[in-house]
Design a protein around this ligand. Structure first.
Ligand SMILES: [Zn+2]
Length: 245
């Protein structure tokens, strides 16, 4: 769940919505998306739209009674960074009062959901910037230029990243931990203890990730297992012999 602030109003992106975005990112190949609509402050999806490999048009309506705040679409084989077209369109919609000017993209390559929100304070004074962006797009003949190459337009937006629900293993299930999870979840002391249990000699000056490499070379890897502690589920990391697949 994530709250986003749009022109002083707070909207909630529910876990179900973020999960829907996740699933679309994983489908890849063509751009998929939907309008983002507010139903009493909860962000819900409008009708789903299908684009092609590099563009999508989200004309669909929001469900009756809800307010359009913007749109979401995927970037297959690309990152969550917006194209000039993405944010120019968001600003255009905002100026025409068709939406609140929120544009979210899910990048397959960076596996990130990023939203750009029109910063309303003096956006109307910057119509020239929008027109210049359109001219630039027209001159380049394509609209997939990253918005970062047009800083004047990008500076009119606030950027937020939507945190994703971490994929948690089911109770009792063992799962190999990714290196990122190890980096966050296991501190250096624990890493040293684990290495020493395997008989590896590790001095305190060896960095954590180096110790991990030694452990992996010794044929072991970390797995995580959910355990019950009172009525709470906790996660325990332990070493297991790496299986050769
Ligand atoms: Zn896009």
């Amino acid at each position: 769940m994530q709250d986003i602030n749009v022109h002083g109003k707070s909207f909630t992106m529910t876990d179900e919505l973020i999960q829907m975005m996740d699933e679309m990112i994983r489908r890849g190949k063509i751009e998929l998306g939907f309008p983002l609509c507010s139903d009493n402050g909860n962000v819900i999806s409008g009708t789903h739209c299908i684009g092609d490999a590099c563009s999508i048009k989200i004309d669909a309506e929001c469900p009756h009674g809800s307010e359009r705040i913007g749109s979401f679409h995927t970037h297959p084989m690309s990152t969550s960074e917006p194209s000039i077209a993405d944010i120019a369109l968001a600003m255009n919609h905002y100026l025409q009062e068709k939406s609140l000017g929120v544009d979210c993209r899910g990048g397959e390559m960076d596996n990130t959901i990023r939203c750009d929100i029109v910063n309303a304070s003096d956006v109307r004074k910057n119509i020239k910037t929008l027109l210049q962006a359109y001219e630039e797009m027209h001159l380049k003949g394509y609209t997939n230029t990253p918005a970062s190459e047009f800083p004047a337009l990008q500076s009119l937006f606030d950027v937020i990243e939507i945190p994703r629900a971490a994929e948690k293993p089911k109770y009792g299930e063992m799962r190999a931990m990714s290196r990122d999870e190890i980096d966050f979840g296991i501190n250096k002391d624990e890493m040293q203890q684990a290495a020493r249990k395997l008989g590896l000699s590790v001095s305190s000056s060896i960095p954590k990730m180096k110790i991990l490499s030694m452990i992996e070379k010794a044929g072991y890897s970390f797995v995580v297992q959910p355990i019950m502690s009172g009525d709470r589920v906790m996660y325990a990391a332990k070493l297991e012999k790496t299986r050769n697949l």
